[in-house]
Write a protein that binds this ligand. Sequence first.
Ligand code: PLP
Length: 421
Amino acid sequence: MSDTSLPDDSEPAFPSAAIEALLAPAVGRLAPNTSLSPLPYDLNAGVPDRATLPASGLLEAMRRALDEDAAGALTYGGQQGYEPLRAWIAARESQEGGLDVTSAQVTLTSGSAHGIDNIAATFIGEGDVVVVGAPTYPGAIRTFRARGATIIESPQDDDGLIPSALARVLDTRRMTGRQAKLLYVQPNYDNPSGATLPVERRQAVVDLARQHGVLIVEDDAYTGIDLDGPPPPSLFAIARGRGVMRVGTFSKTVATGLRVGWITSQPEVVQRLVFMRFDNGASPLLHRLVHEYVKSGEYEPHVERLRDLYRARRDASADALREFCEPYVTFRTPRGGFFHWLRLGSGLDARAVQIAAAEEGVAVTPGTGYFATPDSAALNGADRVRLVFSALPPEDLREAIARFGRALERVAAGGKSEGSR
Ligand SMILES: Cc1ncc(COP(=O)(O)O)c(C=O)c1O
């Protein structure tokens, strides 16, 4: 073929091996993304109930947003996001935490997942250390890894991060000369463990992070889904707004499809987070829509209804677990959020249980996916299963858990499932 001739069609350009060779090194380090299950009973995806999505309230809010300022809603809105919505978030933060937070301390992101990525992009380079709980949210592990982070785990018990263990982890980092930069924590209704960090531990975590010069990433994805009253003060409030990036979202209290989240922090941090973006901000249309919705007075009663609904589901699922799944599982009932974190008894293996449950039409997640290192996953995740109680109505939840109980029985009766034989 001469230099000027067209390429030969029998040899496809960019075959998959060529694409593979061009990928960023981080791609090979990442676990696959999770997706919705095709099984009839999905106890896997931590999503809100579809019937609760406030479509008509949002439609009205959208109309008002466009009526009021169509040009503002439909043109680039700037990296930090729509100021009145930031002011609303700042006012709530001030009221909740007894602080004086301003809209300059809030930046709007495309969901909290993007908030975590914005933080990772701003603070993490290849080999920088991020400390996370063991277990923790796989999306956070993935996001930090994609930016080159080395993830170090700190154990959690039923109450969340254990301060004495965290102190050891941070001391070890200091001794190795590779001090951690970020500590990722979900103090309320942790995904997956459901744990809520008690106030003394919150204070200890804030003190330790401060002593070691580590910034805290406080992921509050489930805050608001308070099923037994409000949680203790946030790490951001305890730290008087210094050294903490508090990440919030409207995903769990309104709709995941909005993709509206935020980060609240001290002004110097927010300026850097905003500096690292080059996308002209998240959608000004959606910011105005959400602002119209929250200021209409519909938001609070909506969240109150969600709390009632999810409380009923949590309690119904806890009853069904006791009825159908004892003695094979034990669990601590969570104070909020969407998850039961089950401990399997009798030497049951989470992966075998997942396969047997799938044969009964029920999707659950084995605990191993919630640990950053294979050793701790094998050690601590193989006897755990995360079960979502938010997405199905109580009757379906009961049926799903009855089927899950049959799967447990089958695995216990000989470690057998159709798929693992
Ligand atoms: C702990 C935690 N953080 C963050 C997110 C991301 O939520 P979003 O990007 O929809 O705000 C999730 C979603 O499931 C989550 O469970």
